[in-house]
Design a protein around this ligand. Sequence first.
Ligand SMILES: Nc1ncnc2c1ncn2[C@@H]1O[C@H](COP(=O)(O)OP(=O)(O)OP(=O)(O)O)[C@@H](O)[C@H]1O
Length: 240
Amino acid sequence: MIEIERLTRRFGAFTAVDDVSFTVAKGEVLGFLGPNGAGKSTTMKMLAGFVTPTSGTARIAGFDIAEQPVQAKRAMGFLPEGAPTYPEMTVTDFLAFCGRIRGFSGRTLDEKLAIAMAQTQLEGVRLQPIETLSKGFKRRVGLAQALLHDPPVLVLDEPTDGLDPNQKHEVRDLIQRMAPDKAIIISTHILEEVSAVCTRAIIIARGKVLADSPPAALMRPGQTLDQVFRDLTLAPREAA
Ligand SMILES: Nc1ncnc2c1ncn2[C@@H]1O[C@H](COP(=O)(O)OP(=O)(O)OP(=O)(O)O)[C@@H](O)[C@H]1O
């Protein structure tokens, strides 16, 4: 469902994403792990069409992100980092706006909104302007927007960032419930989240993929994912 081939993004002389390749199949939840500045968000933004690759390609549900961007976007829900745009809109107005852009109207739109708001537990704040919401609720509005059209591919940049422990648990449960029918990438700094919800983990640092395997397979006996992460990402930079 997600195929990334030699994706590279340079900003001037700096290479943020360096020759990254991987695939994600239906039923997989891929945890995208890495220290600050590793290149996770840039990779996700390239998949979503917000950043143009310097070189390399990616396909979403078989659609090339550069050559068939509309079809690729139709097949994908993207949760960017940070808060949703249009902070002055109410939750309902914002999600209805996103739904109309996705081509829904009338009763279908109402049904889609109701399902997305129930999934992300937003009913209680539906008439509140987004700018008046707490960080956790803003994140959930972003998540609702990504789920609205029930896409086969989800790319979620730190979906549990800013949520309290109960909300984190609910979002992880939601991801697990959706997982059998979708291909999902989540980026996270929370290593326990990877063990809890991900079928596979990729560790990226300085733009390069350092490991790609099921979370348990990354660890030697007696090791925690935390140790593996530190060993891999604190390793001295390879000689060029
Ligand atoms: N538009 C840009 N112009 C210049 N440099 C950029 C731009 N966007 C990202 N970068 C740089 O690319 C690198 C990777 O950034 P990115 O946001 O992808 O990292 P990340 O792994 O998502 O980090 P974090 O965990 O902190 O969110 C960083 O050094 C960042 O400063």
